[in-house]
Write a protein that binds this ligand. Sequence first.
Ligand code: SF4
Ligand code: SF4
Length: 402
Amino acid sequence: MAPWVTEHHPTTEELNACVQCGLCLPVCPTFRLTGRETASPRGRLHAMSAVHSGVIEVDESFAAIIDFCLGCRACEPVCPGLVPYGRALEGTRAEIDAQIPRRDRRNRWILGTALGSRPLMRLAGVGLSLVQSLGLTRLAPKRYRRITGGMRSLRGRPPSSIGHAGGPGDAGTVGLLAGCIQDEWFRPVNDAAIVLLEMAGYTVAAPERQTCCGALAAHDGKAGAASRYMTRNVDAFGGFDFVVATSAGCSAHLADYRWPGHEPVTLDVTVAVARAIDAGLLPKVDADRGDMAIQDPCHLRHAQRVIAEPRTILAAAGYQVVETDEVGLCCGAAGMYTVLEPEASTRLGSQKADQVRATGVRKVASANPGCEMQLRSHLEDDYQIRHPIEWYLESLRAEELG
Ligand code: SF4
Ligand code: SF4
């Protein structure tokens, strides 16, 4: 039997790029938790190479090694071989999905169908809002309690931004990827993006035809679903100058899209807003608004190397930024990781919460919905956690600048 059966598998070039130096081991959260070589980037690449050369098969033991990886990509920036680890991981997960397809039907439906269906997402949003109103979130199945416990209150949430179009357009046109979970559970972040980008001079539109970006499906090996979502979004966003996402996981995935013909610039909203501040298109607040603890989502810091921009935004909002973690270790949210690897996820979430507590600051900025929920589920109720652009817009309004 051929070791790989899909076109997505890790290539010889990708695998041979690893020179086995081990520089990635100290930054890998799962290696730090366990000390096991098979829980390190080098060990996982070694296992992929063993499949590639036909020494081992894609079986449950191999899948367990790959499943335990967070996909945080902290191993990429430190790698002298420039191993495209995230790409190799997604390809390997697609292989596991193809070769052991019966192992996770529920995930397949959630990632491949539900996230791409606006009616199903709306129904889930209404249902969860009702569950929150009745105080029943603690009755959720145990493995989902970190998610339900970390959600924002959905009561009184604003309408979806999908269908919105407005703004002057002097600076260019922005297509807003509203997202699947972001559009249902984090609407104030999308609203803040629209207000700020229109203030900066852009026309902002959130086209009806868009769908989930496909990041969660791709990270879980559902390559067919991810490709379907990409095709639909490429059609929806093809005419814009910029496509902006307000979730770090989505913006990282947009960067991997293949656009036939006109290729818009894809940006995380923190980059778009920080650039507008630096260009003088958005104002800076003079008032001192105190301290703000910051958490860097892996898909911003490691996958996109975006570090300065959220700090630029918070400084323009009048905050003194307080660092929580100089190396940016993963908080353990990582897509479905809280559900699939609850023990490791909880240990990483507790560590991250301790780092925030150690700052003594109760206001926290995080630019990714999964990280925000993980932090909230591990921190006490008096911590306020929001996206950097929400903190910025709040400051502008308090100073009557926005
Ligand atoms: S840092 Fe890169 S080259 Fe070195 S062991 Fe890790 S993956 Fe391989
Ligand atoms: S993606 Fe994260 S958890 Fe996975 S090997 Fe790299 S550093 Fe470790």
